[in-house]
Write a protein that binds this ligand. Sequence first.
Ligand code: NDP
Length: 334
Amino acid sequence: MKRVTVSFLGLGNVGLNALRIIDSYNRKKAGQEGVFIEVNAVSDSRAAIGGNNLDTGKIIKSKEKGNIMETGYRSVDRDWIIESDSEIIVDAMPASRDGRRELELYTIAMNHGKNIVTANKSGLANYWKEIMNTARARGRSIRYEATVAGGVPLFSMVDFSLSPSEVTGFRGIVSLTVNYFLRRMASGEKFDDILHDAMKLGILEADYHDDTMGIDAARKSVILANSIFKTNYTLKDVRYSGVENFSNEDISGFTKNTRIVTSVERTGGKVVASSIPVNLAEGDFLLKIGEKGLGYQISTDSNGTVNVTDDYDGPHETAGAVVNDIILAALKTS
Ligand code: NDP
């Protein structure tokens, strides 16, 4: 069986759920899949621990109690994690506003021979070209399934199931939080009340303006355009709108069918990407996506129109996408 070594940066909603999934996967499915995931280091904002084949159950319990140092494992620093012998670095940290921190992290990690799996969008949305150039130059891989549409299979599906096709268009509801605000604002509720509830539900980015100004959704448009339509876009190339900047006039035009729709299409030789409110027509597939789910529609030349959705998409589902990326990265390097 292939053993793949992994280090986690970030043990919040996504990182901790990924550890829970790995804990169960290693016991129940590793034999079947032929890949055992060995965790060599984890870090949160306060501490980092490292060693060989750490006990994931023990880390989960300690983090749930509030302090990973209670595991008794060795305290290490970020440099140790990047220079240690883990094959994969998982980025499950909050997004930086400009992506610079992520660019530096991935560059150093790839220079040390690591592959990257990320749920964090900011590096890829701001420095796609630079990160991909480094990956190519170093022969490393970067997988980012979790960055768009959480746990709904997207990039793996496009890469592995639609190979003969050219994708001609993408449209989807790939951001829960901004749509949560939009639906409630469209029915006349006040922004501050919705913000209060969203905080209680724990569905906001570390900096909530990333959600409410539409930046998180815009980052997804950039990653989609670059990954599927082979552009080298950054945020300045996409049109996006959040919910903080809506006027009363905007809101009065919204209906029960208004959603922030993320779309990318090739029009007149140019790739146009956006994340903006759209009044969807009755019968549109995107209206079948429930309040707690995510989904999308892809138009292709050889596989027709492909619709994909899930009923519920939270950090656990996103974490599932992270772990799937780890397994795919391991299979690629075996
Ligand atoms: P959280 O805020 O829940 O977790 C972030 C984690 O990163 C925490 O463990 C935090 O530490 C840790 N952290 C913060 N700063 C540092 C640092 N400098 N070094 C090491 N660790 C650090 O975020 P989520 O888990 O919800 O999201 C993680 C990433 O995944 C984000 O980039 C987000 O955009 C992306 N994402 C999230 C989705 C979701 O459903 N939540 C969906 C798709 C993508 P501490 O525990 O000490 O606070």
